[in-house]
Design a protein around this ligand. Structure first.
Ligand code: UGA
Length: 436
């Protein structure tokens, strides 16, 4: 089947390349000429493990192409995916749908055959109805159906998540929509990935409910971690102990500096906005957002405590290891590192940082932080080292070299990647999250 993917950002590009790999004929469309030019040269606009090779092999096989023209790209496509951004609207946290609606209008004007229009962008409940209205108002003579098909891709693991999903959610209102989507995902269905067919509004809400639930799980274990520190318990043991209960599940129970990224912060806020609009409060999610926001600066205070408190910290130097909101991405959006670095700088601390992929994105967001070429360069002369992101590169640091380079062997491990006993035996003043 010919498939058009409108929007060649993170979601569009990963989904387009994977669908091409299944054997479909995919055109990825983007208005940004320079992005398309770079893609044609094989340069990826984002860092995602395995994406460059996947794009290259499918371009070579003639299944994946790129275009800046929506009209050309959608001609002959049986499924047209909308995968453009839905950023938080400034001021009210509502998802900004102007890009989605603009694309819907353009599709309406250019549609040259019957097609299913699929919203893959994360969109609030009711957006599919509006897309349908826009297409109907365009007066297109062709048959169309508007379907919701949210993505559940994790940055850094997106290709695996697309090809081996826990489930595929499809919100369709008619047989045309359902049948075309079945054809799109047939290769996955043969691999026994369950396809869940629901109505469009349920599908739109599933996406937000899933992200809000995961954000809640993380925030819950983060607060348990604080309690563990007070009562002398170990949060990793607590997480294991509750996670072995299948009703709870062991995933997303890693305590840390708070969730960040392009999805959880934005989607929890958008869900709150929907709940407010429909006068159906989701108080748990309200609390999650507040707790997570305050946690980021609280982690800065934890580092200051390790330096001996606010007064003692002034003029000292901290090495931040890891800046991105999680490993295997260069994404800095809403990363806890930003608030942590700022709270240290506000306290008169000098901050040097190293991140394997994120420094280019981080620079403009953290102008007062000195970026270095390696973890050891950041550590040189530091009075404390804080691990903010659990990159593999930080899991086996040469601890003797670290001790030699640092001014003091103080480590604050905000991702719990080292064992407290080992670190103490190695001569570190070591603190972590929710453990002795
Ligand atoms: C998240 C969801 O996991 C995806 O299913 C979803 O498709 C995506 O949002 C989206 O809406 O597009 P992502 O933001 O890439 O994916 O990253 P996650 O791996 O979910 O991590 C989010 C944040 O939670 C990170 O800051 C991470 O460090 C933190 N986290 C995660 C924890 O602190 N503890 C955990 O146990 C898990």
């Amino acid at each position: 089947m010919k498939i058009a993917m409108v929007g060649s950002g993170y979601v569009g590009l990963v989904s387009g390349a994977c669908l091409a790999d299944f054997g479909h004929d995919v055109v990825c469309i983007d208005k940004d000429q320079s992005k398309i030019d770079r893609l044609l040269e094989g340069v990826m606009p984002i860092y995602e493990p395995g994406l460059d090779a996947l794009v290259e092999s499918n371009v070579k096989a003639g299944r994946l192409s790129f275009s800046t023209s929506l009209a050309d790209g959608i001609a002959g496509a049986g499924a047209i995916f909308i995968a453009v951004g839905t950023p938080s609207r400034r001021g009210d946290g509502h998802a900004d749908l102007s890009f989605v609606y603009a694309v819907a209008r353009e599709i309406g004007q250019s549609l040259a055959n019957d097609a299913v229009i699929v919203t893959k962008s994360t969109v609030p409940v009711g957006t599919g109805d509006e897309v349908e209205r826009i297409l109907a108002a365009s007066g297109t003579p062709h048959r169309f159906s508007v379907v919701s098909n949210p993505e559940f891709l994790r940055e850094g693991a997106a290709i695996g998540d697309f090809k081996r999903p826990d489930r595929i959610v499809i919100g369709a209102e008619d047989d045309f929509g359902r049948e075309v989507m079945q054809e799109v995902y047939r290769p996955l269905f043969l691999n026994e990935s369950p396809m869940l067919f629901v109505n469009r509004r349920s599908s739109e809400l599933i996406k937000y409910a899933a992200n809000a639930f995961l954000a809640t799980k993380i925030t819950f274990i983060n607060e348990m971690a604080d309690l563990c520190e007070k009562v002398g318990a170990n949060v990793q043991d607590v997480a294991r102990g509750i996670g072995m209960d299948n009703r709870i599940g062991s995933k997303f129970l890693h305590a840390g500096p708070g969730y960040g990224g392009s999805c959880f912060p934005k989607d929890t806020l958008a869900l709150l906005k929907t709940a407010e609009d429909y006068e159906s409060p989701v108080r748990i999610v309200e609390a999650v957002v507040k707790v997570n926001d305050s946690r980021k600066r609280a982690m800065g205070r934890k580092v200051l405590d390790a330096l001996g408190g606010m007064d003692a910290a002034r003029g000292k130097k901290v090495a931040l290891l890891g800046l991105t909101f999680k490993p295997n991405t260069d994404d800095m959006r809403d990363s806890p590192a930003i608030a942590i670095a700022q709270s240290l700088i506000d306290a008169g601390v000098q901050v040097a940082a190293y991140d394997p992929e994120g420094m280019e994105q981080a620079r403009p967001l953290m102008p007062d932080v000195t970026m270095t070429d390696s973890p050891y360069d950041a550590i040189e002369g530091a009075d404390a080292i804080a691990i903010v992101t659990e990159w593999d590169a930080f899991r086996a640091l040469d601890l003797n070299r670290v001790k030699e380079l640092a001014r003091a062997p103080v480590m604050v491990d905000l991702r719990n990647i080292y064992k407290p006993d080992d670190m103490r035996a190695a001569g570190f003043h070591y603190s972590s999250v929710g453990r002795d």
